[in-house]
Design a binder for this molecule. Structure first.
Ligand code: OFO
Length: 162
């Protein structure tokens, strides 16, 4: 594996851990305002992010590649309302998608077919994750108009949670 791809994959492990950290923080935010369905949902997302980090870790190990550990930043938690949290989650996923595309591009340029194939799973996953947050964000747009809407979504998410 080229050094550049090793570095990109190690950086992506860090991004996935940061994503988990961010979503746990969002889960805390929702717990604190008694929106337990949303809290469960974000906790589930956080756990998924940990599994993404592990997937990349396993791929590097499988290829006998070096793993490097980096500092995980603390997320900013100054959200003003639930809509703001979901805006932030969607923006974050869009950033992650751009990073995944960088890996795909580098793998293509290096003719690293194993990484190219591996990263395809993440490309699909990102489509789903952006879609999930976009839809949830749209749903709670009505929050300002009717608090019963957000209560209904909260109950729906509570049923889906792990
Ligand atoms: Fe939220 O996605 Fe990981 O990759």
């Amino acid at each position: 594996m080229e050094q550049k791809i090793n570095e990109l994959l190690n950086t992506q492990i860090n991004h996935e851990f940061y994503s988990a950290y961010l979503y746990f923080a969002m889960s805390t935010y929702f717990s604190e305002i008694n929106m337990d369905g949303f809290a469960k949902y974000m906790k589930k997302q956080a756990k998924e992010e940990l599994s993404h980090a592990q997937k990349i870790y396993d791929h590097l190990i499988l290829r006998n590649e070096k793993i490097t550990y980096k500092r995980i930043e603390a997320p900013d938690t100054d959200w003003v309302n639930p809509q703001d949290v979901l805006d932030n989650a969607l923006k974050h996923e869009e950033f992650i998608t751009s990073q995944i595309f960088e890996i795909a591009k580098a793998a293509k340029e290096a003719n690293d077919f194993a990484t190219k194939n591996f990263i395809n799973w993440f490309i699909e996953e990102q489509l789903e994750e952006e879609d999930k947050f976009r839809k949830l964000k749209e749903k709670i747009k009505a929050f300002d108009e009717c608090s019963c809407t957000i209560e209904a979504i909260n109950r729906e998410l509570d049923k889906d949670g792990e």
